[in-house]
Write a protein that binds this ligand. Structure first.
Ligand SMILES: Nc1nc2c(ncn2[C@@H]2O[C@H](COP(=O)(O)OP(=O)(O)OP(=O)(O)O)[C@@H](O)[C@H]2O)c(=O)[nH]1
Ligand SMILES: [Mg+2]
Length: 429
């Protein structure tokens, strides 16, 4: 089955049916009176979260979904039937965002969840409804209320407990196939994995889900390589397993590059618990392993595990550590870990503060703090010493860079405005 994790679709709920104008006409009934029934309600657009799906590929082939119209009311007091609903089936972990992708309309995290996205329009009243003592033969009937329509984004964020990150060729897919029954493609060239894979790990009597995503490279958050598009799939993970290919020379640098990308992406990825492992230890000499473990421990500041996905060195210990993190995290947050709403949280298009390397092509370049503007422009500012917070608020509030004093003045102004509004309200009342 093909993997697709985002789709834009058009949805429309059904229009309500019109009410009828009709009069009772029967033999020997002189004043039969009005008997036009109401129109039926239009169909709803409903989303349903189902367990046995893991892609949005169906929405690639059909993008327009319209619920049926309600039927018209008819004579003899017949109410029109309700229009058929349309049910969109989506995999667990699907978020529904509005067209601008800045508001989450729905976040479906459990199979069986069902929710009405757009309600169908009500049917119009028939003339029977308008019968009164003073108007016994009303000729009024209403048209149905129109349904609603909108474009929405469906965005799938897989729900896994542990997420694998690392440079291309670090051995992520090999690890996944060693610990689970998943069979992702494995090869000795970068970017073998083009879309995320999930695998279930059984450890003793317990189990958890591991997600393997495409490799990250320097500048991924600016679109280098496959980019950071798939990082969204590990936003809901409770722990990250960061694999580093031990056969490369500078393991510490490899670690830093990936950390840099996680931080640049945002979405809380950099704050997740992280287990670091030096992979491919089967093809390293004992002294190399020791040296590289030390270099890595210095870079990350905590324990690093030796590992080989191929020969099985260290697998058990790492799985045990991952499981411990998952359990601790479940105690703290029993529900499903919240994911950021935007598509590609650290990407252009979403406003916010992020870090990135000053020069994406230079791995030694310093980090800079900056702000992605609403139109994808990178607004950065020099960081003088440690007054970060001040700078942040300045860039946040000031549209035209003004003096601090003036900013204060602007604030006061705002306050006055509010007062004015209140006054106005009172006048109206
Ligand atoms: N010696 C050794 N080679 C390994 C090990 N794990 C993976 N490899 C090799 O490294 C290469 C890359 O492995 P993959 O599992 O495809 O790496 P990946 O991280 O999934 O790579 P991308 O999907 O491209 O990001 C393959 O040729 C594997 O055979 C290991 O533990 N020891
Ligand atoms: Mg892979």
């Amino acid at each position: 089955m093909k993997f697709l994790d985002q789709a834009k679709i058009f949805i429309k709920s059904g229009d309500g049916g019109a009410g009828a104008v009709s009069f009772r006409r029967e033999k020997h009934m002189e004043f039969g009176g009005p008997d036009g029934g109401d129109g039926g309600r239009g169909g709803d657009v409903i989303v349903e979260c189902v367990a046995n799906l893991n892609t949005l590929i169906d929405y690639r082939y059909q993008q327009h979904f319209k619920a049926a119209k309600g039927n018209h009311g008819m004579g003899q007091q017949r109410t029109g039937g309700k229009g058929d609903d349309i049910v969109l089936k989506v995999p667990v972990g699907t978020q529904i965002l509005d067209e601008e992708r800045d508001m989450v309309v729905a976040d479906l995290t459990e199979a069986g969840q069902r929710l009405v996205l757009l309600r169908g329009g009500d049917g119009g009243f028939g003339n029977l409804h308008y019968k009164t003592s003073t108007n016994q033969a009303p000729r009024r009937a209403d048209p149905g209320w129109p349904g609603k329509e909108m474009w929405v984004w469906l965005k799938l964020k897989l729900i896994a407990d542990a997420g694998l990150v690392g440079l291309p060729n670090a051995g992520k897919s090999t690890f996944l196939s060693a610990v689970s029954r998943a069979r992702p493609k494995i090869a000795d060239y970068p970017f073998t994995t083009l879309h995320p894979n999930l695998g279930v790990v059984y450890y003793g009597s317990e189990e958890f889900i591991v997600a393997d995503i495409p490799g990250l490279i320097e500048g991924a958050h600016e679109g280098a390589g496959i980019g950071d598009r798939f990082l969204g799939h590990i936003e809901r993970c409770r722990v990250l397993l960061h694999l580093i290919d031990g056969t490369q020379d500078d393991v510490a640098e490899a670690y830093r590059v990936v950390r840099g990308e996680l931080e640049a992406y945002g979405g809380g990825l950099a704050d997740k618990p992280e287990v670091v492992a030096l992979n491919k230890c089967d093809s390293l000499l004992a002294e190399d392993i020791k040296e590289k473990l030390e270099a890595l421990e210095e870079a990350c500041g905590h324990k690093v595990y030796p590992l080989s996905g191929v020969s099985g060195i260290g697998l058990k210990e790492i799985l045990g550590t991952l499981l411990n993190h998952i359990k601790t995290s479940k105690e703290e947050e029993p529900g499903i870990v919240a994911a950021s709403s935007a598509i590609g949280a650290g990407k252009r298009g979403q406003e916010g503060f992020f870090r990135r390397r000053k020069d994406a092509a230079d791995p030694d370049a310093e980090f800079e703090e900056g702000y992605w503007g609403p139109d994808g422009e990178w607004i950065w500012y020099e960081d003088e010493d440690s007054d970060e917070e001040e700078e942040v608020s300045e860039a946040d509030e000031a549209e035209d860079p003004d003096d601090e004093e003036e900013e204060d003045f602007v604030d006061e102004d705002d306050g006055e405005d509010e007062d004015d509004d209140e006054d106005d309200d009172q006048h109206h009342r």
